[in-house]
Design a protein around this ligand. Structure first.
Ligand code: SF4
Length: 320
């Protein structure tokens, strides 16, 4: 079977991506493995820790999100954390093996005074020798430049789903807003962390549409998180039908094949996955996870379970 040649392509057609999704699973995984091994050590998995630095009360209406002020999910809104507390959490994450520390704030976009505080946090985390990442909502060009100057390495801004399905999930902004922020982040010289969520009731064509949009960006995101919906009671997707695990694996493989140099993160939803399903995701080209007991407001596997999983599968953390 032929595999995609280097250099990395940015001209994928939607039909090509749909055809990748439809491959027999052994062919799909083989193709993903060949490309994965060309660019990475397949036994190495990058580990990031995500901290909610400002929780809840978000004015956006993302149908999957327990932090939206539009839904009653029992998440209490909290103010922005202070710099010392964030630095202490980052030091703990580093001691537990994380190489990247991501700071998430439930905002539509940061206000100027909030950005001052986040820049100070970025400086503190950077001084610990960790890679820094933030997810703060939409950014203006000048805000992206300020974060870059503070030492921000990555900015997370997910596209969530296909352009066609987006309006079924979020009504308080449009797909173009997301693409605009991605362009501002790139223009500032910050690396991109950008992926989506599957299991929200979208079709396979929508999952292919998400991967197609990511894979045809002018520069692929360095980090591509693929999240499996964590169904939270009180959100409109609280009782969404679960996605077939194999379909999740197909999404990971399609991301790996179309963006072979990107780190593909097996992101939210691991808590509910078996070791066997996670193993299939690693075989399909995932090479990053979030570690730490929480992902913003939802649970994540405990360190001991992840250590046992790595041991069972013979995986090792990315070399620092
Ligand atoms: S996903 Fe982000 S932008 Fe959307 S409601 Fe949650 S915190 Fe707000």
């Amino acid at each position: 079977m032929s595999v995609e040649p280097d250099p990395v392509r940015h001209d994928w057609t939607r039909d090509e991506v749909a055809a990748i999704f439809a491959l027999p699973l052994p062919d799909l995984v083989f193709r993903a493995q060949v490309l994965h091994r060309r660019h990475f050590d397949p036994a190495q998995v990058q580990r990031s820790t995500l901290l909610s630095i400002k929780t809840g009360g978000c004015p956006e209406d993302c149908a999957y999100c327990p932090q939206s002020a539009h839904y009653d999910t029992g998440v209490d809104a909290a103010k922005l954390m202070d710099r010392a507390a964030v630095a202490a959490e980052a030091a703990r994450a580093k001691a537990a093996g994380a190489t990247r520390f991501c700071m998430g704030a439930a905002w539509r976009e940061p206000k100027e005074r909030d950005l001052d505080a986040v820049c100070a946090m970025v400086e503190s985390v950077k001084r610990l020798g960790l890679e820094t990442c933030a997810t703060l909502g939409m950014l203006a060009p000048a805000q992206a430049l300020r974060l870059k100057a503070a030492g921000l390495d990555f900015y997370n801004h997910n596209l969530d789903t296909s352009p066609e399905f987006y309006g079924r999930i979020i009504t308080t902004r449009v797909y173009g807003d997301r693409l605009e922020t991605l362009a501002h982040v790139r223009a500032a010289g910050i690396k991109l962390c950008c992926g989506g969520i599957v299991g929200m009731g979208e079709s396979r064509a929508d999952r292919a549409g998400l991967v197609h949009t990511l894979a045809t960006l002018p520069v692929h995101p360095e980090s591509v998180p693929i999240n499996l919906l964590v169904r939270v009671e009180g959100t409109p997707l609280g009782d969404a039908a679960p996605l077939d695990g194999i379909e999740f694996v197909r999404t990971i493989a399609a991301a790996r094949i179309t963006m072979p140099r990107s780190v593909v993160r097996l992101s939210a939803g691991r808590e509910a996955m078996t070791d066997e399903l996670q193993a299939l995701c690693f075989l399909a080209g995932a090479n990053s996870i979030f570690c730490g007991p929480r992902l913003l407001t939802t649970p994540n596997p405990e360190a001991a379970r992840d250590a046992a999983l790595f041991d069972r599968l013979g995986l090792k953390p990315f070399a620092r």
